[in-house]
Design a binder for this molecule. Structure first.
Ligand SMILES: *Cc1c(COP(=O)(O)O)cnc(C)c1O
Length: 206
């Protein structure tokens, strides 16, 4: 996945022309403006997923703009997205974002908390959501062993959940970014999310 957040529609068009078919964006509003520009540029054939945190009051817009939400982190949000997708007559791919480190700025589901089980019990009946797997962001740390451990933990969780929830698909493991994708692939990543290494440095976010 090419993570195109903060980069222009023109950069996305160039990537599509080079054969990239899957993009990640992190903000609903930013992508809304870009999508209008992509339509003007005549870009088609690419899929866009949201990889950033989504507030449930933006779920209607998100369901309209994206084909997948790779940062699903609550039952309430899942229900909102399911309703929105139903009204649009579409299905949305979803990945559950797992919070595997104690960093306070990170979002995602606690692997040992009640919300995860609640959501997994609820997902089979949300017929407009297509559960595909798990996503995580490794903690920022100079020591590569930290990322290794985090990715290994996600794979372990996948195995455990596959046994506990056999009706759900956990096959996708979205892990690894520009700085740690090799480690993530070693640990079984099926989907790396690459921003900087493809598009260059991002301007500083507010
Ligand atoms: C920005 C971002 C990426 C890409 O990060 P790079 O280090 O630029 O490759 C991947 N995943 C998520 C969720 C992001 O927000």
């Amino acid at each position: 996945m090419a993570v195109s957040k903060t980069h222009s529609a023109e950069s996305i068009a160039e990537a599509v022309a080079s054969g990239v078919t899957l993009f990640g964006e992190n903000r609903v509003q930013d992508f809304e403006a870009k999508r209008a520009r992509l339509l003007e540029l005549g870009v088609s054939g690419a899929e866009f997923h949201l990889v950033g945190h989504l507030q449930s009051n933006k779920s209607n817009k998100a369901a309209e703009l994206f084909t997948g939400i790779d940062s699903l982190d609550s039952t309430r949000l899942a229900e909102r997205l399911n309703d929105a997708a139903g009204r649009l007559g579409k299905s949305l791919y979803v990945l559950l974002e797992m919070k595997l480190s104690a960093e306070p700025t990170k979002t995602g589901l606690d692997p040992d908390g009640p919300e995860l089980h609640d959501l997994l019990d609820r997902l089979p009946s949300l017929e407009h959501l297509r559960m595909r797997g798990l996503m995580t962001i490794a903690p920022l740390d100079e020591n590569p062993e930290t990322a290794h451990a985090c990715f290994r933990q996600l794979r372990g969780l996948q195995k455990r959940l596959m046994l506990g929830f056999p009706r759900l698909d956990f096959s996708e493991l979205s892990m690894g970014m520009s700085g740690d994708f090799e480690l993530a692939i070693e640990e079984g990543s099926t989907l790396v999310r690459i921003g900087t290494a493809l598009f260059g440095e991002r301007p500083r976010l507010r």
